[in-house]
Design a protein around this ligand. Structure first.
Ligand code: SAM
Length: 222
C-alpha cells in the first residue's frame, strides 16, 4: 500500500524508534504486527499541532473529548487478535482511524463503528487519503455491534465497557477472538475472549485506561 502521501520528512525515523523502543523493547514480538506499526503513519491521524508528538509513548487528544490510543496499546491489542490476513474484523470506536489502518494491514476487511459523526468523517478522509480500501466505516452505537455483516472472525473494542457486550459475543464467529477493556470508568483490564465449540474461554490481560464505551450495552452518557 502506498503511504507516500502520509509521510512527512523525518517521521519515518521517529516511527522506527517507536517500533524498536516502545514495542519490540516491550513484549510485541510478532514481526507482522511490528511491520504494520512501522507502515502506518501515525502523524496522519493527529492534528497539525501534535505532529511532533505523534510517536510519543502515550495517547493523544483527537477532539470531541476522545483520544488516539498509545502506540503500545494499539500493537498489544492487535497482537492479541492473532491476525493472519484473511479475517473479517469488527472494530468498535474508530476514533482517529489509526487502529483501523493497522488492522487493515493485517486482515482482509475491517468494519469500524464510531458514535461521533465528526470523528468518523475525519477518519474516513485520512484513511481514503492513505489508500485504504478494505475499511468500512459506520456511525452508530457499536456496543450492539453490526448485525448486517456478522459473524466476525475478530472483534476489538477500543473503548471501556462496564461488562462484555452480549451482542458482540453473539456476533463473534466460532473460533473467533474478541478483545475488550472491561472495568469501571477510570480503570479496566483487557479481556481476551475466544469462542470455542465448548463455549467461551475468557482470560484477563493488561490493565489499561480507555475512554468509556457509551451506548446501549456500554455506559450511559455523562
Ligand atoms: N481506535 C481509535 C484510534 O485508533 O484512534 C481510538 C478510539 S478512542 C480510545 C474510543 C472511541 O470510541 C472514541 O472515538 C469514542 O467516540 C468511541 N465510542 C465510544 N462509545 C462508542 C460506541 N458505543 N460506539 C462506537 N464508538 C464509540
Amino acid at each position: 500500500m502506498n503511504k507516500i502521501n502520509g509521510e512527512k520528512s523525518g517521521m519515518w525515523r521517529a516511527r522506527l524508534r517507536m517500533v524498536e523502543d516502545q514495542l519490540r523493547g516491550r513484549d510485541i514480538d510478532i514481526e507482522a504486527v511490528l511491520a504494520a506499526m512501522n507502515q502506518v503513519p501515525r502523524e496522519a491521524f493527529v492534528s497539525e499541532a501534535l505532529q511532533d508528538h505523534a510517536y510519543d509513548d502515550n495517547p493523544l487528544p483527537i477532539g470531541e473529548g476522545q483520544t488516539i490510543s498509545q502506540p503500545y496499546m494499539v500493537a498489544l491489542m492487535t497482537q492479541l487478535l492473532d491476525l493472519h490476513g484473511h479475517e473479517k474484523v469488527l472494530e468498535i470506536g474508530t476514533g482517529s482511524g489509526y487502529q483501523s489502518a493497522v488492522l487493515a494491514e493485517l486482515s482482509a476487511k475491517v468494519f469500524s463503528i464510531e458514535r461521533s459523526y465528526a470523528l468518523s468523517q475525519r477518519a474516513r478522509k485520512v484513511l481514503e487519503g492513505l489508500g485504504y480500501h478494505n475499511i468500512l466505516l459506520r456511525v452508530s452505537d457499536g456496543s450492539i455491534g453490526w448485525e448486517e455483516f456478522a459473524p466476525y472472525d475478530r472483534i476489538i473494542v477500543t473503548a471501556a465497557a462496564p461488562q462484555v457486550p452480549k451482542s458482540l459475543v453473539k456476533q463473534l464467529a466460532d473460533d473467533g477472538i474478541m478483545i475488550v477493556p472491561v472495568g469501571n470508568r477510570t480503570h479496566q483490564e483487557l479481556k481476551i475472549i475466544t469462542k470455542t465449540a465448548g463455549g467461551l474461554n475468557t482470560r484477563e490481560g493488561e490493565g489499561c485506561i480507555f475512554v468509556p464505551l457509551v451506548g446501549r450495552e456500554g455506559w450511559r452518557e455523562g
